[in-house]
Design a protein around this ligand. Sequence first.
Ligand code: CP
Length: 312
Amino acid sequence: MGWTRKDLLTIRELEPAEILTLIDTAASLEEIAGREIKKVPALRGKTVVNLFYENSTRTRTSFEIAGKWLSADVINFAASGSSAAKGESFVDTARNIAAMSPNVVVVRHSSSGAPALLARELSCAIVNAGDGAHEHPTQALLDLLTIRNKKGHFEGLSVAIVGDIAHSRVARSNIHGMKKLGMTVTVAGPPTLIPPYAQELGCKVSYRLEDAIRDVDVIMMLRLQQERMHAGLIPSLREYSRYWGLTLDRLAAHARPDVLIMHPGPVNRGVELSPEVADGPYSVILDQVAKGVAVRMAVLLLLAGGRSGEEK
Ligand code: CP
């Protein structure tokens, strides 16, 4: 299927065929990472601006690498150190960036809907690199690519997403993507961290780690998003870890021997995952990171490839 959208804002709005187009394109670009000279001319003359209002290691770096491997000019904007610190609004900042004629603006913001706002305001392509607790579409795409690479298919696979579902944009994007591609999703965590939308989207809900991880193909562990918690939703980190921390003993007792352990990062070692699990044989956490570059190349290529700024 060809790509016709101007922007990539959510997984929710994508057709399954569009998700597969993104994943297949990423898979075809993965081999660039293994080349001695990691450079193709696909986006020569195009400009990508990374507009990050929240901290990031993996997403910002991989968008930068992806753009550079495709020969785009990549400019990184961090709100700290910019005129946002002098009071310039988000939309004014974005309009000023757009006046410099970028082809793609990649935006991360703590407010849900900020990328959609820019997509309405600006004529260039907008990519959502994570907006509040709403969506993180490129994270879900790289997670899906990792799963297909390891398991060979999507249909019929079962996944447990464990932890702070309520504040997780990664969970929401993955739930949409996994359900669209025929996977069964269980969300698990303390009741205070399970949002009502999970059941509305057709997820099973579990309040016990041992039950959630039994017989699933994939376990996706999530970080407690304490920066988004406005009330005491867990008694303490120690208590959370006691009930919800994934250890080798728990895996050995309850999970399948071929289970994949995923985590979007950053990992809080000793809280949601023990170091032995994070670094152990079931973990594909660094595979996820590597696939993030391929996915972001695919997104930039499909949104900016072959089209000039004027055509958008
Ligand atoms: N997974 C993820 O979004 O990581 P960063 O916050 O480091 O970009």
